[in-house]
Design a protein. Sequence first.
Length: 557
Amino acid sequence: MAFPKNSISVPNETKRIVDHFGERINWPCYIVGNGPSAAEVRLSEEEAATSVVFRANWFHLENEQRFGSKVDGFFWSVDNPGLRDAVKEVQLTNKYQISAFFQPFQAADSRKQVATTSASTMQPNFDHWAVIASNPTLARFLMGRPLPTQGMQMIAFAAVLGFKKIHVAGIDLYENMAQRYSWDVPEDVKAHLKEKDFSGGYEDSHSLDIDLLFLRAIREQYAFELIGISNMNRIAPFLDGREERRAMRKPLSARARGNVYVTLANGRYAIGAMALARSLAKVTDVPLLVLHSDHYTPKVLSHIPNIQTRRVDAIPNPHSHGQQRFGETYTKLRIFELLGFERVTFIDADCIVLQSIDELFDLKGIYVAPDWGIDLTDQFNSGLISFSPTEELRDRIFQSLPRSVSLDGGDQGFLNWVLKGEVSLLPPEYNLLKRLPVHHPNLVNVKDAKVLHFVGDNPWDTFQMHHAFTTMENLWASVLEKEDWRHVYWMNKTFISKRWGKRENDPAPVTATTNKFEQRLKRYDPVRRFVVKWGDVLLPNAIAKPLDRTLKKLGVL
């Protein structure tokens, strides 16, 4: 089900879109259809970065990113729940970075209201038909059927907005009857389509004649250069020229060597990785490598320039003893597999860096800080580990897992066991646990901290408040930027709704209380049962509860 984006002011929507693109309207525009000829083209990284790229429909099924991963506009004109879910997954996994969505409808999962599970991921959202309809000649084509196809709509949209150099590829107008797209349609995608959507040739709702007449009308109404960059015979007569875009594939670079900060972030710990990266950027040029085992972390962190991400396989924790907080901590051991770096400094995602610690890259051996919080223990805290990766160290760590011992049920207890006697201790300021300045204020001062570690409740847990840590949590909040807070809002909103949403409707506590009251009544004789039952109904709580307690003390009940 979908609702049309009718409006009392089409010019307002057009202005919103013009404001969104701003100076980029003066950039070259690449409009990419899904026809077979799109496979002839490959943009260079520079071309993709300095141009506006429009894609449409199921484009993400392509075998490789020939036009880059940046998509300045995603266009579709018919609601399809399967496509909605697919694009949501593309956004969450950061396979493509789609910066705007264009559709002439409001998607909906029901006939009663505009609401979808993908709404939050498909923003900002605009109506490209409003732009096309601002020209009466072109608007007339949208009033009847057959409609111009999506590629033609994108050309009209770009021309009306004012793009002066428009490159087109893959708009084949179904010339190849044997192959509709530049990629094969997977069987799971066919389940969301009709046969007409993956068969060769035009379907009934479109027409070659309409498409060509629409293109002629666009060319008649607007002055712009239309350049073909793939072999599109049917629109060739209306092009101003032909150019090739056959950039060579960039060779895979050798594994980076040097120094790197590393963290592990899955789920909401990606919020912590944002703050960690922002704090590092203030004191160092060394990037932060974020290891993750979920699909969504790269998308959440894609806006932060000093972050690189790498997906790793999760390592089950054999010692968690049912404690959820230790469930994924053993995945941290993947840091010992980073043999491509000279020196690695691992920092937990619930930390921020307040002063440069680049000096750790000049050390030899394994350096850690003490696990000092409420108590001053003789263990080290695994929230900061600086070391030089070697095959010997890696093999020893992983060969110890089957016979491992963990003093606390997590990776920290395991590492204290397997690295006992090998580590060198740093001052506590290199990994200052938030509890230490609270419980030992004469021992350390937060102002001297190099790394502040928020063990226990996380600072992004906005539904919790601990006054003892307010000053330190304010330091954490101060490093985040506006775009980061948008992610914090949506991730917390999703988490809280899952955590408490079911509890609000859960009748279990009421049922348990009711059953207990009924069991109590059954133990009484008929007279006492009558008195208790109707006394509970007729008397207000302010009288019934004290009276109930008194009668119990007297042995009456």
